[in-house]
Ligand binder design. Structure first.
Ligand SMILES: *Cc1c(COP(=O)(O)O)cnc(C)c1O
Length: 499
């Protein structure tokens, strides 16, 4: 496909603006030296160009997107409409607080509801993504230990099933990572954990259900072991889609939580748009939370009346509430409109709907797993939570077809492949997360395609090695792409290309 610049033809255009009717002001020395090189195109050619680009992408609105660990679910459009209301989009962060009371109420109400869902006492919406929330939470742990003069706690325990961002965030916060291997069943090895904790343990980072899609039954024992050693427990909430409204990290013994609003709570992701990874904590850690914090200007009144605004009181903004605060981790309140979408989503689902969403997510994953079992090998036995992991190691041994081959051939069926080669502890892994928003027909179609690929692996492996055959690019050389990146686009016809 050619760039707009290559399609440009001298003299074409689509002037839609009136000629300027005020005299142009020339500033000496500030004028452009060369004429600005903009593509010259008709409106219809521009429109076709962008339509073609849109056709070449794949998203949740195109089809099934079972990318494990990412929760690529459909986001109801009503939440977009609400987040687009001018009262939310046309505010300025430095506006006087009395003129943004509604927005502050959104933040306060969202905080209250997310605290209820997670079992935490306070939450900051500043972090812009999951990994950023992790980093913020780890700074809370650090501040807590340091405040108590407990400076020998330099180690963060991270199981080997963790998402890569966990050890990365811990390293960024200055911790040494203690990696503990998981057991055969994918859960935390209590013996290993007991051996790993000590006076130097700052805390543990864990996601539950974990990246194998399994709920760790020993969770209370795990968090107790860490607490008894003097460490704190950090909950990676990226998998909350499996358990919201059913169990709460706070009740599992966690002290700090991050959520991925762009996974679980109605903000689209995957395209690099704004996200939000709010960081919540138990009361004893709240003084360390980043500012600004939204507070009631009347501390004595009941929370529920305040939120309904019935007593006429309002909200204040405390830039940095306490001297213990770790400070700001992002400007102002974080990505505010993502919080608006999340709140709108939660309020439309309601208390029961939140729970049903998780139940349906778990049901959908188990349905798919059940139909695939007996053909594909599952990495772990028993029922799964909201996602499951298959291992194609046996298939690879018998046919030479790898998880990569199977994933690539799914593209020929216009199906987005599952997550590949993750979690790292499973060989030839394909990790499937259907989410709650898919119908039984969609799940059946996807399963049928996967079963067809399975048969093909044994009958015609060569075809799978060569797939995809129907996409614009086949298999990019990933090593070369990383080692010798092409950072400049070379047009087919250099002459139409100035600069
Ligand atoms: C996605 C994910 C993260 C990181 O979240 P980002 O918003 O991508 O930074 C952390 N842990 C798990 C388990 C995840 O799936």
């Amino acid at each position: 496909m050619k760039l707009l610049f290559e399609q440009s033809a001298c003299g074409r255009g689509c002037d839609i603006l009136w000629k300027c009717d005020v005299p142009a002001v020339q500033h000496k020395g500030m004028e452009r030296e060369k004429k600005l090189n903009l593509p010259q195109m008709s409106e219809i050619d521009i429109s076709r160009h962008y339509t073609k680009l849109a056709e070449n992408t794949y998203g949740v609105n195109t089809g099934f997107y079972p990318l494990g660990s990412c929760t690529m679910k459909y986001n109801p459009k009503v939440n977009e409409d609400i987040a687009a209301l001018p009262g939310f989009t046309e505010i300025h962060p430095l506006q006087p607080v009395e003129t943004i009371q509604g927005c502050l109420k959104v933040l306060k109400l969202a905080e209250k509801i997310f605290c209820e869902i997670t079992g935490m006492d306070g939450m900051s919406f500043q972090p812009a993504a999951g990994a950023h929330g992790e980093f913020t939470g780890l700074l809370l742990i650090k501040a807590y230990h340091e405040k108590r003069g407990d400076i020998k706690r330099t180690k963060m325990i991270v199981p080997d099933s963790a998402h890569g961002t966990n050890p990365a965030s811990a390293a960024m916060a200055g911790y040494t990572i203690v990696n503990i291997p998981s057991m055969e069943d994918g859960c935390v090895d209590l013996k290993q954990l007991k051996a790993a904790v000590g006076e130097d343990t700052a805390g543990l980072m864990l996601t539950n259900p974990n990246t194998a899609g399994l709920f760790d039954k020993n969770i209370l024992e795990i968090t107790r072991i860490v607490h008894e050693a003097g460490g704190l427990n950090y909950y990676d909430g990226a998998n909350l889609n499996a358990v919201m409204g059913i169990v709460r990290p706070g009740d599992m013994g966690f002290d700090i939580v991050h959520l991925n609003l762009h996974k679980t709570f109605a903000t689209p992701h995957g395209g690099g748009g704004p996200g939000s990874g709010p960081c919540g904590c138990m009361e004893f850690l709240m003084p360390y939370l980043p500012g600004p914090r939204v507070c009631h200007n009347n501390h004595s009144t009941d929370q529920n009346t305040l939120l309904s605004g019935m007593d006429g009181s309002g909200f204040e903004l405390h830039l940095m509430e306490t001297p213990e605060s770790i400070g700001m981790v992002k400007e102002f309140y974080g990505n505010f409109l993502v919080v608006v979408r999340a709140l709108s989503y939660i309020l439309t689902l309601g208390r029961e709907g939140i729970k049903e969403a998780s139940q349906a997510a778990v049901l959908n994953a188990n349905y798919m797993m059940h139909r695939l079992k007996g053909h594909y090998e599952m990495a772990y036995g028993g029922p799964c939570m909201h996602e499951f992991v298959m291992s194609l190691a046996k298939m690879k041994q018998e046919t030479g077809v790898t998880a990569m081959d199977a994933a690539k051939s799914m593209l020929d069926y216009r199906l987005h492949p599952p997550t590949m080669y993750f979690p790292l502890i499973v060989q030839e892994a394909l990790m499937v997360e259907p989410t709650e928003t898919e119908s039984r027909e969609t799940l059946d179609d996807a399963v049928d395609i996967l079963l067809k690929i399975y048969r093909e692996a044994y009958e015609n492996p060569q075809k799978l090695h060569q797939s995809p055959g129907s996409t614009i690019i086949g298999r990019p050389d990933e090593v070369k792409a990383a080692r010798k990146p092409k950072l400049r686009y070379i047009p087919e016809n250099e002459s139409g290309w100035q600069n």
